[in-house]
Design a protein around this ligand. Structure first.
Ligand SMILES: Cc1cc2nc3c(=O)[nH]c(=O)nc-3n(C[C@H](O)[C@H](O)[C@H](O)COP(=O)(O)O)c2cc1C
Length: 317
């Protein structure tokens, strides 16, 4: 199980969320038995170092840092996780192969997020400890495959443990991921609906209110699809894409749009990233309650499966 590899109580990872998952938030998750992950997206190198120290001061548990490989200071961030003795590094938006050896030498567990099995095989060759196979049901930047297809394909292609991500907010979905061969589950959207999540109240309310019909994807035309809640910003962006606006113009339009939603609570003009599970989330809970609920549903679903199997076997005798 992934628990032993990462040193966590439950097989749950809180996915790194740019501009949201701070050191303090990650520590709350780690103190609740899952893996809290600080997101480097939206932070400069000094802020990342500061957030890692905040996290360490608030938990004795294992935590991780998510490094976005497109970050302009990525080489420096890759060194900071070594200097600060971060236990787990997850990576997003690219191929982290060139950093893996230096992290592994320092005892860091390396767990890249992969959108396909080609990258999964590549990072396994370079020594990754596990991979997170992320389906496009996820909030934020997405790849082309669904969780159902990517998890089973990656499990088939690599020997290292696979963690499923995308489209999970309850125990049934966790069991489904395990049946596909995943040994752990990474979730993001469900953690947005927690009391401790450092987002503006308007963002939290938008998560509660949204149904899956309110979700859309922008950025396909420039090869950078992002899943978010429909609003004025997404409608204008999609209209610009239909008109064939180039990458520079589109990027200019969304500059700072995530901070607008997360910090200012501008859910009309900001980027309210969220996954397709929003339609199943209708309550704000603490992080601890969320994790305890997930685990209790997970165990009870496995029990039900055991009972169903016993009944079926007895019927066929
Ligand atoms: C608001 C938001 C921001 C995200 N930012 C990042 C990020 O900075 N880096 C990353 O690797 N993944 C990012 N993700 C993806 C999550 O880490 C996680 O894999 C994903 O949310 C799982 O799918 P779910 O949203 O269906 O739970 C983000 C997701 C959300 C919802």
């Amino acid at each position: 199980m992934i628990n032993k590899l990462l040193g966590i109580k439950y097989p749950i990872l809180q996915g790194g969320m740019a501009n949201i998952s701070t050191g303090s938030f990650a520590s709350v998750v780690s103190n609740s038995g899952a893996l809290g992950v600080i997101a480097s997206g939206g932070m400069d190198k000094d802020t990342l170092r500061k957030e890692i120290r905040v996290c360490k001061s608030k938990t004795d548990g294992v935590f991780g840092v998510n490094l976005m490989l497109l970050h302009p200071q990525i080489d420096e961030l890759a060194k900071i996780v070594i200097e600060e003795k971060v236990p787990v590094v997850t990576t997003g938006a690219g191929n982290p192969s060139k950093y893996i050896e230096s992290w592994k030498k320092e005892g860091i567990k390396v767990v890249p997020v992969v959108p396909n099995s080609t990258l999964a095989r590549r990072v396994e060759q370079y020594g990754a400890d596990a991979v997170i196979a992320e389906g496009c049901e996820s909030g934020g930047h997405i790849g082309p495959m669904t969780t159902m297809t990517i998890v089973s394909e990656v499990v088939q292609e690599v020997k290292i443990p696979v963690i499923a991500a995308g489209g999970m907010c309850n125990g049934k979905q966790m069991v489904a991921a395990e049946i596909l061969g995943a040994q752990g589950m990474q979730m993001g959207t469900v953690f947005l609906a927690t009391k401790e999540c450092p987002i503006h109240e308007n963002y939290r309310n938008a998560i509660l209110k949204a149904s899956s019909n309110n979700i859309t994807v922008t950025g396909y035309s420039i090869g950078m699809p992002v899943r978010l809640i429909k609003n004025d910003m997404s409608r204008k962006y999609l209209a610009m894409e239909r008109k064939g606006e180039d990458k520079m113009e589109l990027e200019k339009f969304t500059l700072g749009s995530m901070k607008k939603a997360v910090l200012d609570g501008d859910t009309s003009n900001g980027s309210v990233m969220a996954g397709l599970v929003v339609g199943q989330i209708n309550k704000i809970s603490t992080v601890e309650e969320t994790i305890e609920r997930l685990m209790s549903e997970y165990y009870s679903e496995w029990e039900k499966i055991g009972e169903k199997y016993k009944t079926k076997r007895d019927e066929n005798r």
